[in-house]
Structures are given as structure tokens and as C-alpha cells.
Design a protein around this ligand. Structure first.
Ligand SMILES: NC(=O)c1ccc[n+]([C@@H]2O[C@H](COP(=O)([O-])OP(=O)(O)OC[C@H]3O[C@@H](n4cnc5c(N)ncnc54)[C@H](OP(=O)(O)O)[C@@H]3O)[C@@H](O)[C@H]2O)c1
Length: 249
């Protein structure tokens, strides 16, 4: 049975990885889906793959005008919004001792400010009983060397989810987080580590998961679909981990 028939969904970072897998899952369940990202070519390729129920809007989450355009254009094209998946994030690493102010500002700007205003600018356009899902990370909860800004920005989003769930509950709007563990997406190629070190890190991380493998973006998408749908109608302010048990053993 389709779980999002006639629903309108917006996915930031919907052109690749977890966002794209979720767009596919939503469309397979009857939704119209707007995907948002910086790279027009990636959006064009994704919408070609996703088909007629998808629409791409180019922009940057760090630019508030782009975010206003994302939601106003979505509303003019499809009407009020039922699901927002606030999913953009980047995972560049640096030890605290070597973190520059520029690097700090970039990470906080994309991961925290970008997600915060992706949520804020959506609020006026949300239908009653809408669902918001924000992507956090398994790194919320552990001390993974080099990840201070990635971990701190995602932990801050975990907190924003709780506050937003309180503020939006009077409209029946639910706000939850999905917390991926290590997932095989283009994310890992962008963290700035040489291939050999990345491969070594991937082996160590794989061994730390209970299931001894990286997850697939489709496995996260299934959890996002659950949170987006009425199957999760009594769940708000929560975080669902899709992490192969990495933080449990
Ligand atoms: N993969 C993992 O192991 C893992 C684990 C824990 C959490 N996560 C989280 O999962 C989320 C999705 O990541 P992913 O693994 O699917 O990686 P991904 O394939 O790199 O997806 C990130 C998407 O965000 C877009 N994006 C990046 N910066 C942007 C900006 N400033 N404005 C607009 N769009 C932007 C990228 O497109 P453009 O470059 O075209 O803009 C891309 O489509 C992120 O929040 C990440 O922190 C991932």
C-alpha cells in the first residue's frame, strides 16, 4: 500500500545518497517530491531518474533567499507541503587543535545554520499534520577523533528536533530525526581523507558495527518513509538510528 499518496515532500540534498534514495522511496509511495541541492547537473540527472513526480530546485542551504525560493516555488507548483526531509550535511574532518575559524564557520554554516533555516523557512508552508525529519548522525553520541564540528552540529540538530516538536505539536506537525550510521554514499569521498586512510578507516568502522557492514542509503530511506507516514503518527521529538548497531555494542 502506498503510504504517501498525493503528499508533497521536499528533500534537501535530494540529488544523491540518502536524499536520492528517500526521493525514490517517497515517489514509489505516491508522493510528489521536490529535491534541492547546489549542483544543477546532479539535480537534472536525479529528476530524469525519478520521473514526472519529481522536480529539482537549485540552491544552497546557507543562503536564506534560496530556501525561501525552495518553499515558495514548491507551494506554487504542488500546493502546501506535507513532508520536509532536512538532510543536507557535510562531513569534513579536522582535529580541534588544527581547526581554523574558516573551517568552523563552513561546517556550522552548512550543517547547523543550513538545517536550522531549512526547517524555519518551511514552517509557514507546512500543512496541518505534516512531518519533518532531520538527518543527524551516529557521531552525535561518541567521541570520534576529528569529528568535533560534524558531531557538535548534529548533536545541536538533535536538540533542535526536540524544541521544534514542542513548538509545532499544536498544528499536529511531528518533528523527528533519523540518525544514520556508516552508509555507503558519496559523503565519504568528500570528507577530505586520502584514499588509503579512508579505506583503513572504513575497515575499522565496519568492524565496529554489529552487522559488520556499511548500510545502504535505501535502508535509511525506509526509516524516513516510516517517520514521514501516518505509521509514525504518535512519534515526535524522537531520533531513530539506522546504524547497524554501531552505537549499541
Ligand atoms: N553517509 C553516511 O555515512 C552518513 C552518516 C551519518 C550521517 N549522514 C548524514 O546524511 C546526510 C546525507 O548525506 P549522504 O550520505 O547522502 O551524502 P551525500 O550523497 O554527499 O549527500 C549530501 C547532499 O547534500 C547536498 N549539499 C551539500 N551541501 C549543500 C548545500 N550547502 N546546499 C544545498 N545542498 C547541499 C549535496 O548536493 P550538492 O553538492 O549538489 O549541493 C548532496 O546531494 C548528511 O546530513 C550527512 O551528514 C551520512
Amino acid at each position: 500500500m502506498e503510504k504517501l499518496t498525493n503528499k508533497v515532500a521536499v528533500i534537501t540534498g535530494g540529488g544523491s545518497g540518502i536524499g536520492l534514495a528517500t526521493a525514490k522511496e517517497f515517489i514509489a509511495n505516491g508522493a510528489k517530491v521536490v529535491i534541492f541541492g547546489r549542483n544543477q547537473q546532479a539535480l537534472d540527472e536525479a529528476t530524469r531518474e525519478l520521473g514526472a513526480m519529481s522536480y529539482g530546485i537549485q540552491g544552497d542551504v546557507t543562503n536564506l533567499t534560496d530556501l525561501e525560493k525552495l518553499y515558495s516555488e514548491t507551494k506554487s507548483k504542488f500546493g502546501g507541503i506535507d513532508v520536509v526531509f532536512v538532510n543536507v550535511g557535510q562531513g569534513k574532518l579536522a582535529p580541534i587543535a588544527e581547526t581554523s575559524e574558516t573551517f568552523f564557520d563552513e561546517m556550522v554554516s552548512v550543517n547547523l545554520k543550513g538545517a536550522y533555516f531549512s526547517l524555519q523557512k518551511a514552517i509557514a508552508h507546512l500543512n496541518p499534520n505534516a512531518s519533518v525529519i532531520i538527518t543527524t548522525s551516529w557521531l552525535n553520541e561518541i567521541g570520534f577523533g576529528g569529528s568535533s564540528l560534524l558531531s557538535a552540529s548534529k548533536a545541536a540538530l538533535r536538540s533542535v528536533v526536540r524544541v521544534a516538536s514542542a513548538e509545532l505539536a499544536p498544528r499536529g506537525i511531528r518533528v523527528n530525526a533519523v540518525s544514520p550510521g556508516p552508509i555507503g554514499t558519496p559523503f565519504w569521498g568528500k570528507i577530505g581523507l586520502p584514499d588509503k586512510i579512508l579505506q583503513g578507516a572504513a575497515e575499522v568502522i565496519t568492524n565496529q558495527t554489529a552487522l559488520k557492514r556499511f548500510g545502504q542509503p535505501e535502508e535509511v530511506a525506509k526509516a524516513v518513509l516510516f517517520l514521514a507516514s501516518t505509521d509514525a503518527s504518535y512519534i515526535t521529538g524522537h531520533e531513530i538510528a539506522v546504524d547497524g548497531g554501531i552505537n549499541q555494542i
